[in-house]
Design a protein around this ligand. Structure first.
Ligand code: FAD
Length: 427
């Protein structure tokens, strides 16, 4: 049995008509990327339950303010040609880095699909093999994005194209582990593509739900779990917000965030004090702000027209300092002047996302602004909750207007912004 508090299943892979009827937006996740490494869809034969992937030719493009761009294609040769417009050495470096990944691919896939290994054990194992290799491995795992980019690439554009992936998971240029993450993320996309789930990302959880139901399981939406029931140090069931208790025969599995799980659902009495203390110190990363646009016509680009055929478009200046600045601003609670934006080309990749009563072809895109402070401190001078919400909304509108001004396009028909599942409309 699956219990979901929202009225639909999917969580951060939900697809909803949040702009206009007939326009299906992926509210959060859009690109089927690291998921390509999972054997689950094949093992469960999810194609038989409505799960279908679209494989775009151009996985993503990174546009710079000078109007030029770099694209990653499914074909390694084409990606290299695109990088070569900025540096032949960087194109060859990408070939080498990707080849290194391919040599390790099976090991990487198996580690992604297994429980994490204890770091101490990993180091001990490395030391047994050879001190030199172990130190090299240790450095590779903890190298920052900046250090990795500077070490491997000479053009600012290539550094930023690959470095952006650290920002995807909230790592600044100088955070440990950013370099390895960039290498892995970009290589998986080069290898498997930046694919799109036909009809919306929600068709993946929907297929899983159909699989569960066809095997006798059930899915209950509008069912909020408030407590995990524990007896003799064993989870025996859950309590729901409507007062109902559900007992289980085997196990309770949770996919809430770890702090809610430990502090609220299980409760401090049942967890090691070290874990409780860690959860009390749990730090939330920066926010992501979404803008969803239903369009009368497709967007036009001044740069290479192929950019418009990309599954995703990344937009930033070609400097690593730009990333340092937005992370500094976010950590200080300041709204970045020039936030990092990732755009997904929903309807170009998947025309079934838009059904319009007239036969005119309409369009749908999404912008995710990755660099928004979790707590906007600068304007937040008092603790009045209404003021906090108002300041939050105004700040979000400011970000949207900044971005739209930068795009300089007149094709926007309607813009809706998400704020705590309430929708605001700007005409
Ligand atoms: C803006 C954004 C963009 C993203 N883009 C991508 C992308 O392009 N590609 C990609 O691969 N990944 C992307 N991700 C990440 C991806 O969406 C998540 O990794 C994935 O959804 C995590 O799945 P999950 O099941 O762990 O958690 P969730 O998807 O969060 O699911 C948890 C579910 O539990 C429910 N729940 C929580 N508490 C309770 C409770 N007490 N009782 C009952 N139900 C409860 C929630 O409502 C939710 O439905 C993105 C994430 C965000 C936020």
């Amino acid at each position: 049995m699956v219990l979901e508090e929202y009225h639909l299943i999917g969580g951060m892979t939900i697809t909803e008509e949040i702009t206009l009827p007939g326009f299906k937006s992926d509210v959060h996740a859009f690109g089927y990327q690291l998921a390509n490494m999972s054997p689950v869809p094949n093992e469960l034969n999810l194609v038989n339950y409505g799960f279908e992937l679209i494989y775009p030719e151009v996985s993503f493009s990174h546009i710079f303010p000078h109007g030029r761009s770099i694209s990653m294609y499914r074909s390694l040769d084409k990606t290299m040609k695109s990088i070569q417009n900025f540096s032949t050495r960087d194109a060859l470096t990408w070939h080498r880095l990707f080849t290194e990944y391919m040599a390790e691919r099976d090991k990487i896939a198996s580690s992604i699909n297994s429980p994490p290994i204890d770091l101490t054990k990993q180091l001990e194992k490395g030391l047994e093999e050879s001190v030199g290799n172990s130190a090299k491995e240790f450095r590779r795992q903890f190298q920052s994005m900046r250090s990795w980019c500077e070490e491997n690439f000479e053009s600012d554009e290539a550094k930023v194209v690959f470095g952006t992936f650290a920002a995807f998971v909230g790592l600044s240029p100088d955070d440990a582990g950013g370099g390895e993450l960039c290498h892995l993320f970009a290589s998986i996309i080069q290898d498997k593509g930046n694919n799109v789930v036909k009809g919306g990302f929600v068709n993946l959880p929907n297929a899983l739900a159909k699989y569960i139901e066809s095997h006798g399981g059930s899915i209950l939406t509008n069912s909020r779990v408030t407590k995990i029931l524990i007896e003799n140090n064993r989870a025996i069931g859950v309590s729901l917000s409507n007062g109902k208790n559900i007992l289980v025969r085997k196990i309770v599995v949770s996919s809430t965030d770890p702090s809610t799980l430990v502090l609220k659902l299980i409760g401090e009495d049942y967890v090691d004090s070290y874990v409780v203390d860690s959860m009390k110190k749990y730090e939330w990363g920066d926010s992501i702000f979404g803008i969803y646009l239903a369009l009368k016509e497709r967007l036009k680009y001044n740069s290479n027209p192929l950019v418009g055929e990309s599954s995703q478009i990344h937009i930033s200046p070609p400097t690593l300092e730009y990333f340092s600045k937005i992370f500094y601003e976010c950590m200080s609670g300041i709204i970045p002047d020039n936030p990092l934006s990732i755009m997904s080309n929903d309807s170009i990749m998947d025309p079934s996302r838009v059904s319009s009563p007239s036969n005119e072809r309409k369009h749908l895109v999404k912008f995710l602004i990755l660099s928004v402070p979790y707590d906007i401190k600068v304007y937040n001078t008092d603790n009045n909750e209404n003021n906090r919400i108002l300041v939050g909304s105004i700040s979000r509108i400011t970000i949207a207007i900044k971005l739209l001004n930068r795009l300089q396009t007149s094709t926007f028909q309607i813009l809706r912004m998400q704020s705590q599942r309430k929708w605001h409309t700007l005409q």
